[in-house]
Design a protein around this ligand. Structure first.
Ligand SMILES: *Cc1c(COP(=O)(O)O)cnc(C)c1O
Length: 455
């Protein structure tokens, strides 16, 4: 078989056309330097489009401040520093300033989350979840987590670390209408399986959860509750949502790059000295070695920004999400949680089954430079997973760009023109771009302070 035929017969999980296009681009390059330039050009195209022209409503995305971005390319990122902070705990000599940076990061995280312990070495929140499973459960243990159609995340399910690590997974009952844990059903279900660990993690997250009540149920047999706050982390520290540690959660994991608005990676915080050894040694040497010290430096700066601006930033994020949801609802898009004020978080969830379902709607909006994601909603069945019935929107980026409630009305109108009234996305694109053109600066950071609307 010739080489071209071998290539075309390869089994790929990635899109075959995308890889074939990349091969064609590389084949057309005169030399390796041109290949590198092709990479840089694609990065620049993304920065122009996503960074300056799009209205980004992706709930897990946050634009980092100029200072945080600068630290991501700092010299310190070329240094290796495995292990725990301190001269005796490292394999490598020469880490004295790295120790300073990492200790500052840990202490800044403790300040923002008002907790006793924090870990800074998780290269992803997903890794944080694997750390918790390693530290607080064993293969064969029963754990409980939420299914994806009611908001659960793969990291706590059969197809993620929990499943890969051999945990037996049962469902946390979630009320599909209220979108909170059905605590009566939980009181019945949990004692039947006596979970070692309850993983309360929701990627679709609109409302506070009954953490204290759940912990009370599982405390009977010494069960632990861990709150996977990937999305909610910034809101928790910024006092806009429940404080799971104060309510009895044993540990919180979360993404640094969602509402927390730092470099994409993970954070883990807890109070209980009893689990400190287990959690910290599950980070190293189990799940992280060189843990990207540039990222730790950027995380530390993001934590300082959060201490300065987090409350104001997170409060506006929630106000914007509520305003966006209400404005969409008023224009005919059924919104989840409408009967209880739409949302207490950065998210707004639309039921778009009447408008061509989530994938079609997300693709149409993208043609107008409005970015959302298709999302499972409680009525979706397993067969619907690639074509779910909902869309999820988040207000982190638009808020950091200085937008407030009036702009949420405008965005809802742009979305409704396409989704509800069937206008061609191309006819809406110019209006979307012109709104975005007026919001180019990032706020709630040391460079630019509060947005003009908040001064
Ligand atoms: C996003 C998410 C994760 C994974 O976070 P990463 O930082 O991308 O690894 C884990 N759990 C939940 C509930 C999430 O929403």
């Amino acid at each position: 078989m010739d080489e071209a035929a071998t290539r075309s017969n390869r089994i790929e999980v990635h899109d075959r056309d995308a890889l074939a296009t990349a091969r064609a681009v590389l084949d057309a390059c005169a030399d390796a330097q041109a290949m590198g330039a092709a990479v840089e050009a694609a990065v620049a195209r993304n920065a122009d489009w996503r960074g300056r022209q799009c209205i980004n409503l992706l709930a897990p995305e946050a634009p980092t401040s100029p200072g945080v971005r600068a630290l991501l390319s700092a010299e310190i990122g070329t240094r290796a520093a495995e292990g725990h902070i301190g001269p005796v705990n490292r394999w490598f000599a020469g880490t004295r300033h790295i120790d300073e940076v990492e200790a500052l990061c840990v202490e800044l995280l403790k300040q923002y989350f008002r907790c006793n312990y924090a870990d800074h070495r998780l290269c992803a929140s997903m890794i944080g979840n694997a750390v918790v499973y390693t530290a607080l459960s064993a293969p064969g243990d029963v754990i409980m987590s939420a299914a994806q159609p009611v908001g659960g995340h793969s990291s706590n399910r059969i197809d993620g670390p929990a499943g890969a690590m051999g945990r037996k997974i049962t469902d946390i009952p979630i009320d599909p209408h209220e979108l909170v844990v059905d605590i009566d059903a939980f009181r019945t279900a949990a004692p039947l399986v006596r979970p070692k660990l309850v993983a309360l993690g929701l990627s679709m997250t609109l409302f506070a959860q009954p953490v204290a009540e759940m912990k009370q149920v599982i405390a009977d047999w010494g069960g632990r509750l861990y709150y996977d706050g990937a999305h909610q982390l910034g809101l928790i520290g910024g006092r806009q949502l429940q404080d799971p540690l104060a309510e009895g959660a044993d540990v919180i994991t979360g993404s640094a790059g969602k509402t927390f608005s730092g470099p994409q990676s993970g954070i883990m915080v807890w109070d209980d000295p009893e689990i400190t050894q287990a959690l910290t040694t599950a980070v190293f040497p189990v799940w992280a070695a060189t843990h990207q010290v540039n990222r730790v430096a950027a995380l530390a700066l993001a934590a300082a920004e959060a201490i300065a601006y987090g409350e104001a930033f997170m409060a506006q994020i929630v106000r914007n999400a509520r305003a966006l949801a209400a404005a969409l609802h008023a224009r005919g898009v059924p919104m989840l949680g409408a009967h209880k004020g739409f949302t207490q978080t950065h998210q707004a969830i639309g039921d778009v089954r009447a408008f061509g379902r989530g994938l079609g709607v997300a693709q149409a909006l993208e043609r107008a430079d409005i970015i959302v994601n298709k999302n499972l909603i409680p009525d979706d069945r397993p067969g619907d997973w690639d074509y779910p019935g909902g869309i999820r929107m988040g207000t982190i980026e638009v808020t950091r760009l200085g937008m407030a409630e009036p702009e949420m009305e405008t965005i809802a109108e742009l979305i409704a023109r396409i989704v509800v009234r069937g206008e061609a996305p191309e006819a809406v694109q110019a209006d979307a771009r012109s709104l975005r053109a007026g919001f180019q600066k990032l706020y709630f950071c040391f460079e630019n302070g509060l947005p003009p609307s908040r001064r």
